[in-house]
Ligand binder design. Structure first.
Ligand code: WTA
Length: 652
């Protein structure tokens, strides 16, 4: 370790202030300016957001009203019309940005493509025509299942251009998961590729789509991008090659304007119970939140070359690869493959090769880099970097210090950004030219955000005590509902505190320190965060129980140095089934098939019984303690049969 002062104490007090040099060039460089803008944004939110909406967005028709808030439903910029794709592309044409790189892409095999704003606009216009010729109209749903290649961005923006609602499905999800998502939103069109590169191998995306669409009656067309050249089956009348659809499509496209509240996308995310939730985001408010936060949190400059390592299938890819970045006219670098292909220094190589200035990645990646060893980093200069970001889970102070020292060379501020699929944009984060950062804390709220740490009655807890993290005022990029299930939306996010229907519950636990900085301590619902991906315990359990050998299953998280949390499952078998290593492997693969490899359990333990309350509820708290190797503490009086616990511990 290069820095012997690294500490594992979570009550971290060190403060790192931005340098005078960074402050002097920052988009916001003074505490006074932050305080003034923040105060205005929360005390007079409509005035603040009115000004921002006028300054930041290109409107076709001005809105009449900034906000209508009938908890739990918010509408922003009512009566206004705009086109989101036009806000990301057309606005830059005829300006100095026209020939600037919008995307720089590097494939895993090393192929590089640079696409200027003008070229990206042209691609999007063509695809918009193709969509229209296929009969895709405003409001239709389109599923996108692509690797991290420029076509993914083009497809999203072409949907936005014609008012279609995209749902991007991460390439790591299985055919089952694709099918469920498509059927939930009734998509008419799927866009995929023959395959994508991952660790030198081809991930067969088209084959997964083929399996999925056997059982999706709404899908009429599948557009296939040729990426890897692997063999695929094309079904006549349904499947078309992207390249063939392209022939003859015109280059210009007159975009229609859509209402501020027109749906932009659905993104599925894990909930504590049942099937994934289709988080719905709409147009103007979402775009404004993504754009303004990108400008301030990443301190974007015309000359920046920004690298976000998140896949387009996650909200981070939506807000900070596509919408927030392109609307600001930024140059975005995207990479298709694994960070250790061919060697664990791929990121550092690419940063030097493309002179990248900002890196936004996840704690799980940072911990992997630490483990692979400093030498992979030290071979590279990394002198183009000026700002670092972290997202997805709490970053432990050791990882923060390593990121600061080895990657940022103690020169680059780190923005630890807390937000969610549901919030649409960054909610809590340092502003790099203003905030003194502390390893492990997201520090303070962004403009317009009113977070509080409260007890079960929604009363704010004293400083340094833990509680539930809530947001008490609506914000423009908040989710509007869950697709097809507004009741669940209301129950999940706005029903935690009786008599307080306006309070949004994040599902996270947090504390505020004496300086008012926020510290996120993790989820309090039954959702795990494995390598920065949200996985619902219920989803994994129902996948396991669908296997013919399994009677019952319980999934819990266990602290893991690399992944943040690892997934441990306890399984009881049906009568006559024999526990074996082979069966464990079968079960892991079964979960991989049902959900995707990201949800494959790290540990499977067979048990004779699971600890339950007298009413039959599995006591996951106890299993969590057993999984972590600790002794079972706390109240066990509600346990129906303590011998179950004794048996589990004895076997450990
Ligand atoms: C966690 C990702 C601590 C948190 C943008 C949240 C974080 C969930 C941070 C959302 C952070 C995200 N510090 N925890 N900087 N960022 N989280 O929807 O538990 O994939 O509720 O959105 O990730 O995950 P999601």
């Amino acid at each position: 370790m290069p820095d012997q002062t690294i500490t594992s104490v979570s009550r971290e007090h060190r403060k790192f202030r931005p340098s005078a040099e960074f402050k002097a060039q920052a988009n916001l460089g003074s505490e006074a300016a932050y305080k003034r803008l923040y105060a205005e944004s929360v005390n007079s939110p409509e005035k603040f957001w009115d000004r921002q909406a006028k300054e930041q967005l290109v409107w076709r028709k001005p809105y009449k009203k900034v906000l209508k808030w009938k908890p739990p439903h918010a509408e922003w910029f009512l009566g206004g019309k705009l086109n989101v794709a036009e806000n990301c592309l057309d606005r830059h044409l005829g300006t100095a940005r026209e020939n600037k790189a919008a995307l720089i892409f590097e494939g895993e095999p090393g192929d590089v493509r640079t696409i200027t704003y003008k070229q990206l606009h042209l691609h999007v216009c063509r695809l918009a025509h193709i969509f229209e010729n296929m009969g895709i109209t405003a409001g239709d749903r389109v599923a996108i299942y692509l690797p991290m290649i420029p076509e993914a961005v083009i497809a999203m923006l072409a949907c936005a251009r014609v008012g279609a609602v995209h749902t991007v499905i991460f390439g790591g999800f299985s055919a089952e998961s694709i099918k469920d998502r498509i059927n939930d939103c009734k998509a008419k069109l799927v866009i995929t590729a023959d395959g994508g590169w991952r660790r030198g191998k081809v991930i067969e995306l088209k084959a997964n789509v083929d399996k999925a669409v056997e059982n999706t009656p709404t899908v009429q067309t599948v557009i296939v991008v040729k990426r890897c050249g692997n063999a695929v089956t094309m079904r006549e009348g349904r499947d078309v090659w992207w390249k063939d659809a392209w022939d003859g499509a015109p280059n210009s496209h007159k975009a229609k304007a859509f209402d501020s509240e027109h749906p932009l996308f659905i993104l599925y995310t894990s909930g504590s119970t049942g099937k994934p939730k289709g988080v719905l985001h709409t147009s103007a408010g979402y775009l404004l939140g993504a754009k303004l936060s990108a400008h301030y949190v990443f301190d974007l400059k015309e000359t920046d070359r920004y690298f976000c390592s998140a896949d387009i299938g996650w909200i981070t890819g939506h807000s900070y690869v596509v919408y927030g970045m392109l609307s600001n006219g930024a140059t975005v670098f995207i990479y298709e493959g694994a960070p250790n292909q061919p060697e664990p220094d791929r990121f550092w190589q690419m940063i030097d090769r493309h002179s990248l200035t900002i890196l936004y990645t996840a704690p799980t990646a940072i911990r992997a880099f630490m483990r692979w060893g400093d030498n992979y980093v030290l071979r590279h200069r990394l002198d183009s970097l000026r700002l670092l970001g972290s997202v997805g889970e709490p970053i432990n102070p050791e990882a923060w210090m390593w990121y600061h020292t080895l990657i940022g060379k103690k020169r680059c501020p780190i923005v630890d950004t807390w937000w969610q699929t549901e919030t649409g944009s960054i909610m809590i984060s340092p502003l790099p030219g203003v905030t003194a950062t502390t390893p492990g804390s997201g520090t303070r709220p962004f403009f317009g955000v009113v977070p509080k740490v409260v007890d079960d009655k929604c009363v704010e807890v004293p400083r340094n005590s833990g509680g539930k993290l809530v947001i008490t005022q609506p914000w423009p990029s908040m989710l509007r509902t869950l697709w097809g299930d507004d009741d669940r939306y209301q129950r999940q996010y706005f029903s935690e505190f009786p008599g307080r229907p306006e309070v949004y519950f994040t599902g996270d636990g947090a504390r505020q320190d004496k300086d008012g900085y926020f510290w996120i301590v993790g989820r309090i619902d039954d959702v795990l965060n494995v390598s920065g991906h949200r996985i619902g315990t219920a989803e994994v359990e129902s996948a396991l129980v669908s296997h013919p050998s399994v009677a019952e299953a319980a999934a819990v998280g266990r602290p893991d140095e690399l992944k943040g949390q690892s997934l441990c499952v306890f399984v009881t078998l049906k009568a006559g089934q024999i526990a074996s290593e082979q069966l464990k492997e079968q079960l892991r693969n079964h979960v991989g098939k049902e959900i995707g490899s990201l949800a494959k359990p790290d540990t499977i333990r067979f048990a004779a019984g699971l600890p339950k309350t007298r009413s039959g509820k599995i006591m996951r708290r106890i299993l969590k303690e057993i999984a972590s190797g600790g002794e079972v503490k706390g109240d066990t009086t509600t346990l129906e049969d303590f011998s179950v616990v004794a048996a589990l511990q004895a076997e450990d």
